[in-house]
Design a protein around this ligand. Structure first.
Ligand SMILES: CC(C)(COP(=O)(O)OP(=O)(O)OC[C@H]1O[C@@H](n2cnc3c(N)ncnc32)[C@H](O)[C@@H]1OP(=O)(O)O)[C@@H](O)C(=O)NCCC(=O)NCCS
Length: 323
């Protein structure tokens, strides 16, 4: 690891107000926009509220009086999530000594927090491998992931209203689908690589928390109920497949969830949901859509590439389990 330049002091993040951290977040928002076509402003505002509430565990790096980097985590009972790490002066560089140092402090604190038995990290802005060292040396495992982007100008969407197989109905999202949708998500990810990446998928209660986060919070963009879709069994009303979407920039949509019941895969339902969503985005003036996918999830990656998605960026999900 390259040593950070100058004397750096690492202090508890809770010493600092939103006003002091705002310039860093502004800088970071520009990076999100350039690299991922993502308007980070709403997420940044929510983060600034939490920072002002002094509730986030984390650290700031200071050179003299200047804050040159920050990191924070989120504690959810037995799980901690590494929320972010950023140092503006490293944005254009290949090495990240300040971020590396901050991460080491955060990991050490989270691993020593009583009751924390799992830590998840998906630092979307960092290319795969960029911050691997502090995480791998602390016992984390890597799941490479792809940020994929479909520019509607370069590959056209298929039919929005292609027929679903007999006995099923395609319907737009309604709040009352919440519980059945959580069950469908839980079922779709049993024995799936993504249950290793996101442990919420392993239980119905966890899948409900996942849905709650996607629907209520702007972390994955602003939820778009009018362009989120479920496929239900006509007879029972049970949800067998779903696609949830959000808006991450004025002209960019994002898929926050896509899954199909195991017994119904390979019948074109995933493709149909993606085409339906893309067509509705295009009709409302949105020019492209993105999603993230675990690289090892070969059927999903193949389907996305087939439709016209291209990999914009490769990043790491990193997971630590205490046992
Ligand atoms: C990824 C996933 C959503 C794909 O859904 P799906 O409904 O099986 O996808 P589709 O049927 O549209 O396409 C998959 C394959 O079926 C083929 N297919 C399309 N229409 C078909 C039809 N009428 N009959 C048979 N096969 C068909 C597609 O061409 C594709 O074939 P390929 O394997 O040669 O690429 C599904 O596998 C899934 O839920 N996986 C678990 C959750 C997950 O990984 N979600 C994505 C996270 S990013």
């Amino acid at each position: 690891m390259t040593e950070p330049k100058g004397n750096l002091e690492v202090l508890d993040l809770r010493h600092f107000s939103a006003a002091q951290l705002r310039p860093l977040l502004r800088h970071e928002a520009v990076r999100w926009e350039r690299r991922l076509h993502w308007d980070y402003a709403t997420s940044a505002e929510l983060l600034l509220e939490y920072l002002d509430g002094r509730v986030l565990p984390g650290f700031a790096a200071l050179r003299g009086k200047q804050i040159v980097g920050y990191t924070f985590g989120v504690l959810e009972s037995a799980k901690a999530v590494i929320g972010d790490v950023y140092a503006p002066e490293e944005a254009e560089r290949l090495d990240n000594p300040i971020c590396d140092l901050l991460l080491r402090h955060l990991i050490e604190m989270l691993q020593a927090t009583p009751g924390v038995s799992r830590i998840e990290s998906q630092l979307l802005m960092f290319p795969a491998g960029a911050l691997a060292e502090p995480l791998l040396s602390s016992g984390f495992h890597t799941f490479p992931r792809l940020f994929m982007h479909w520019d509607f100008a370069s590959a056209k969407q298929g039919q929005a209203n292609a027929a679903v197989p007999a006995g099923l109905n395609l319907q737009v999202w309604q709040p009352e689908f919440y519980e059945s949708a959580a069950e469908a998500i839980h079922r779709a990810y049993q024995f799936h690589v993504d249950s290793g990446v996101n442990d919420q998928y392993r239980t119905i209660a966890g899948s409900q928390r996942f849905l709650h986060n996607v629907i209520r919070f702007p972390g994955c963009g602003k939820f778009l109920p009018a362009n989120s879709w479920v496929v239900r069994e006509e007879a029972s009303g049970k949800i067998q497949a779903l696609l949830l979407s959000s808006q991450i920039r004025k002209d960019v949509g994002h898929v926050t969830q896509l899954c199909v019941a195991p017994e119904l895969r390979g019948h074109g339902i995933g493709r149909l949901l993606l085409n339906c969503c893309a067509r509705h985005f295009a009709d409302s003036g949105i020019r492209s859509m993105s999603l993230t996918v675990t690289e090892a999830n070969a059927p999903a990656v193949k389907l996305y590439e087939d439709l016209g998605f291209k990999t914009l960026h490769r990043f790491d999900a990193m997971i630590w389990n205490s046992r």
